[in-house]
Design a protein around this ligand. Structure first.
Ligand SMILES: Nc1ncnc2c1ncn2[C@@H]1O[C@H](COP(=O)(O)OP(=O)(O)OP(=O)(O)O)[C@@H](O)[C@H]1O
Ligand SMILES: [Mg+2]
Length: 306
């Protein structure tokens, strides 16, 4: 069995930072094993978006999706980024000759014809993206109902399912073009990953302004429901300062779980895997599972309060 990055076979004195971190990780694993989650039977659609590049959108999409599937949810990931990184991480073919989300958006192909089961989990499905999607941004401009094409296709697909999806996650490119607008039109919730670094909040007000515009003109249901701090480096004070600032602005949206910077998380996609299957006991996998539990349970709490 592969050794987890945070687990070592030799014993350490109890008072070192590493020993404390390991004890902490063991306690968190026990809590996760005891955690109960209840899927409500309603489908929740979350669009993972931030126009900043490289903040962990795709990593968050695939790992939250895999964590939700291991918790018993039926999960669909829509890869809406021409880079196709989410398809890669979920082990789903996405070479140029595969049918993909491009054909759904541009050629009216039903989602049922392009959806694939991910080898990651029997409950996890993916609509892949191919390089053709790079042209879709331009091609969509002249299409009828160009902002609604994803929503229309998704509604038809959902209506035809015997067992509905518990979660649909949409991975967006780092821009606010027509692809992202299609995701915003089809979604209720926005999941915003924020990288715990100096320029983290820059550009955020523009993104929130855009979401308000979508709310007003295209989709009144859209709201930022969830903020997740990613690539958190426990050794830097800056990461903690950014986290504090994000929490002070968005106390209700920001998850308690924080994703650490971890080599295991970044190397999993090169094996066509998420970190949830690649190294389930690693700090990154545990953090993503904690985030997934929180995403499910917070909504249930909100329902109870409403
Ligand atoms: N927790 C983490 N620890 C270490 N590396 C990470 C972590 N999360 C993401 N990365 C790495 O950071 C890079 C950017 O992550 P990712 O591709 O998820 O970002 P993105 O926001 O989807 O990027 P883009 O804007 O290009 O779509 C990748 O190389 C990824 O492997
Ligand atoms: Mg990405």
């Amino acid at each position: 069995m592969k050794q987890s990055e945070a687990e070592t076979s030799f014993s350490l004195p109890d008072d070192t930072p590493l020993a404390r971190e390991l004890a902490d990780l063991s306690a968190r694993k026990r809590r996760l094993a005891d955690a109960s989650v209840r899927f409500t039977g309603q489908t929740r659609v979350l669009t993972v978006s931030n126009q900043k590049g490289g903040v962990g959108k795709t990593t968050t999409t695939v790992n939250i999706a895999a964590a939700l599937a291991t918790l018993g949810g039926k999960v669909l990931v829509i890869d809406l980024d021409p880079q196709g990184n989410a398809s890669t991480a979920l082990g789903v073919p996405h070479s140029a000759d595969e049918n993909s989300i491009y054909d759904v958006l541009i050629n009216d192909l039903p989602i049922a014809d392009v959806v694939r089961q991910s080898p990651e989990h029997e409950n996890l499905y993916c609509v892949p993206s191919t390089i053709h999607l790079a042209g879709a941004e331009i091609e969509l401009v002249s299409q009828v109902a160009r902002e609604h094409r994803l929503k229309t296709a998704l509604d038809a697909f959902r209506d035809a399912q015997d067992r509905g999806f518990d979660f649909i996650l949409i991975d967006c490119p780092p821009s606010l073009g027509l692809l992202t607008i299609n995701a915003f039109t089809a979604t209720d919730e926005v999941l915003l990953p924020i990288q715990a670094e100096y320029y983290a909040l820059e550009g955020l007000s523009q993104l929130l302004g855009n979401i308000r515009m979508i709310q007003k003109h295209l989709n009144p249901r859209i709201h930022v429901s969830t903020i997740l701090l990613t690539m958190f480096d426990v050794r830097t004070r800056l990461a903690q300062q950014v986290a504090d600032e994000v929490r002070s602005h968005f106390p209700n949206e920001t998850l308690r779980a924080v994703i650490p910077r971890s080599v295991r998380v970044s190397e999993a996609p090169s094996f066509g895997q998420t970190v949830i299957t690649y190294d389930p006991g690693s700090a990154g996998a545990i953090a993503y599972k904690e985030a997934a539990v929180e995403i499910v349970n917070r909504e249930n709490e909100n329902e109870g309060a409403a």
